[in-house]
Design a protein around this ligand. Structure first.
Ligand code: HAM
Length: 426
């Protein structure tokens, strides 16, 4: 036998048993986005490497060590997108979506990061992302958070906690950065190697250290929130008031640091304790400087992205039955003439029962073998057409999930019967 080719580490197939869960998730996402008047934008998976370096930041983990970067045949340096914000801003500037306009956009698709794979962390993963442009006030920040809360409710997810913070404007950040570097330098002997390296390049990331030995240094570090400029503090108070009005629970976490450099003012994260070390399900915030930084006119902006694998893993755990999708009907035909009749019947059923799932047992076989396949498909009903039924112009109905007598009915009664079975199971 020839040697098998395996998938790439950290990149997973989504098999047919799982796709109903993904489809349902995508449908719920679409509904929630629609309910808030957001429009879908579809963006390329590959962009110029420079786009990510300039937006996410040269000294972030993503840009320094996680990007899938390669040279195109014509010598351009390209990167598989590690996230969607940069591409969305690039597209908006390129197509004039921002100037004197407001935009509420969303996208969904694969992202790529060369991280060390583990449960909940993959090299190809999927995000739903939302980006808004042209809104300065905290009302849109609150809307983004309410929208995510609605998404969790629609998916039946509980136990997600919200943490929020503010990073202030670029001046606050610059001043805070100096204070933080000073503080960290005074404790340099207690810093680990990673933190020493980040001290001057990206000191905020030191606060994100997972090393337990760094805990007390991080806890005693000066707080960004205390250093906020007046306008950013008012913006943050505004957001908190709106969340309070909406009865959204949150924790203010002054140490909330994000792995991407473009954030200003609001940052937030939804975290689950059910996912082990990769608990961040959704994260985002404001990035008022990014459009200008990428060559557009200054445009306030805010957004978030949620990892779909992590949501799927939570829905698997927290509310499995809601996601199951079974056929309503599995049609079994015994004999050639019956098979032709069965094919016509299934088409008519699909016409008359929109939204139902009708499976034809293609491939034939004995009645017993076909009923076994019908059972395995999860269908509620098996409709059987054998020679006798064909001659009598009836269909035999076998209840696969209910304790009911098999019966034979003319086709005209089938629809009502299938609908009734469906209602009983809901
Ligand atoms: P991020 O925090 O890098 O933000 O990613 C957002 C979410 O994507 C994470 O909370 C997590 O659920 C998921 N995620 C990230 N990396 C992986 C991975 N390797 N495997 C599985 N899931 C992962 C962003 O990407 C920003 N673009 C969010 C944003 C949009 N901010 C403003 N607008």
């Amino acid at each position: 036998m020839a040697e098998r080719i395996q998938s790439i580490r950290g990149m997973h197939d989504i098999l047919p048993a799982q796709t109903p869960v993904w489809q349902r998730l995508e449908a719920v996402i679409r509904d929630v986005m629609g309910a808030y008047g957001y429009q879908e934008i579809r963006l390329p998976i590959v962009e110029l490497t420079e786009l990510f370096a300039r937006s996410i930041g040269e000294v972030t983990d993503i840009v320094e060590k996680e990007m899938y970067t390669f040279e195109d045949r014509n010598g351009d340096r390209l990167t598989l997108r590690p996230e969607g914000t940069a591409g969305c801003v690039r597209a908006g500037i390129e197509h004039g979506l921002f100037h004197n306009q407001q935009q509420r956009l969303w996208y969904l698709g694969p992202m790529f990061r060369h991280e060390r794979p583990q449960k909940g962390r993959y090299r190809q993963f999927h995000q739903v992302g939302v980006e808004t442009f042209g809104f300065e006030g905290p009302d849109i920040d609150a809307e983004l958070i309410l929208m995510t809360a609605r998404l969790w409710r629609a998916l039946g997810l509980s136990d997600l906690r919200l943490e929020i913070s503010s990073l202030g404007g670029s001046e606050t950040r610059a001043a805070y950065r100096e204070r933080l570097i000073y503080y960290l330098l005074t404790h340099e002997d207690r810093l680990d190697e990673d933190s020493k390296r980040r001290l001057h390049t990206n000191p905020m990331r030191v606060l994100d250290s997972k090393n337990p030995d760094m805990k007390s240094i991080v806890e005693q570090a000066p707080s960004m929130l205390e250093a906020l400029d007046a306008a950013s503090a008012a913006h943050f108070d505004g957001l908190r008031a709106l969340l309070d009005d909406a009865d959204i629970e949150y924790k203010v976490n002054p140490r909330l640091v994000r792995g991407l450099d473009y954030y200003t003012r609001t940052v937030f994260e939804w975290i689950s304790d059910d996912l082990g070390s990769q608990g961040a399900v959704c994260a985002g915030g404001r990035y008022d400087g990014l459009v200008e930084q990428l060559g557009g006119r200054a445009t306030p902006a805010a957004g978030f992205a949620a990892g779909l694998e992590r949501i799927v893993s939570l829905t698997d755990r927290q509310n499995k039955p809601a996601f199951d999708s079974w056929p309503d009907v599995y049609v079994v035909a015994v004999g050639d003439a019956s098979a032709r009749s069965a094919q016509r019947l299934t088409e008519r059923l699909r016409d008359q029962l929109p939204g139902s799932e009708v499976v034809l047992g293609c491939g034939g076989g004995s009645l017993k073998a076909q009923l076994k396949r019908a059972d395995r498909s999860g269908a509620r009903l098996a409709l059987i057409i054998g020679e006798d039924e064909l001659a009598a112009e009836v269909v035999a109905v076998k209840y696969l999930r209910e304790d009911r007598e098999q019966q034979r009915v003319p086709e005209t009664q089938l629809i009502a019967l299938i609908k009734a079975a469906r209602q009983r199971s809901n």
